[in-house]
Design a binder for this molecule. Structure first.
Ligand code: C5P
Length: 236
């Protein structure tokens, strides 16, 4: 069992997701779901996954809208019993504050953890500068937006491996850091650009590691997980 590992259920097939939860519930800390599962199955999918052992659900819909709309989304996610969820920091302080107030209205035990997304791990410097028109380096942008997220009361941030040290430096102990784009050295990185190993990510300050395709697209997820856990464990 490695509570620091979050398995990303990136599939649209409910049966596949249920099968994966049954196999891995005893081995990971949480399961992350996104548009692929929620759009065809609705938020009821959360109850279905909980019924087969997914105690903690991370709803990764990366909200980004006006404050009132995002607060309504946070309310529905909290009602559905999610443990953790994401919103884009670039939605701005008013959007984040509205989300925080809505989450807190559910009380400490039932409020979902709100996690800020700043620069996706699939974006590189060329895209950030030349397509999105941001004049900062990826690291400067990550640090600045992560700090803003914590100042607005979010519970933590999403941070790819290469920027972890710098982001942990400004988040200090005031926030949770979740790191996607985790791969073993021999793994296919797929569409991820900024990746890291479990060992390095934990050493650099990650609290949780999100692992998707390496677990969902392999013959033996238990063995893959054991390999990741071994690397993750050796960071401490
Ligand atoms: O398959 P893989 O391990 O690359 O999956 C990573 C997961 O983390 C995906 O579900 C992706 O949506 C999510 N994610 C990410 N980068 C972020 C935030 C979330 O890759 N910045």
């Amino acid at each position: 069992m490695n509570r620091k590992i979050i398995c990303a259920l990136d599939t649209g097939e409910l049966d596949e997701a249920l099968r994966t939860v049954k196999r891995l519930a005893g081995h990971v800390g949480a399961f992350k779901i996104g548009h692929g599962l929620v759009l065809p199955n609705g938020l009821e999918v959360i109850k279905r996954l909980q019924d087969v052992g997914a105690d903690r659900i991370f709803l990764d819909l990366k909200f980004h809208d006006i404050p009132n709309t995002v607060a309504l989304g946070v309310r529905e996610a909290a009602r559905a019993g999610v443990w953790m969820m994401t919103l884009h920091v670039s939605g701005g302080p008013a959007m984040m504050t509205a989300a925080v107030e809505e989450a807190r209205s559910f009380g400490e035990m039932d409020a979902p953890l709100l996690m800020g997304v700043s620069v996706l791990s699939s974006i590189d410097q060329h895209v950030l500068s030349d397509h999105l028109g941001v004049g900062r380096s990826i690291q400067e942008q990550m640090v600045s937006l992560s700090l803003l997220a914590i100042e607005c009361g979010l519970d933590g941030v999403i941070c790819p491996a290469p920027e972890l040290k710098a982001v942990r430096n400004v988040v200090h102990h005031n926030g949770i850091i979740v790191t996607p784009g985790i791969r073993l050295p021999q793994d296919d990185v797929h569409d991820q650009v900024r990746v890291g190993t479990p060992q390095q990510a934990l050493a650099d300050g990650a609290d949780y590691l999100v692992i998707g395709r390496p677990l969902m697209q392999c013959e033996n997820p238990e063995a893959t997980l054991a390999a990741f856990s071994e690397r993750a464990g050796s960071a401490h």
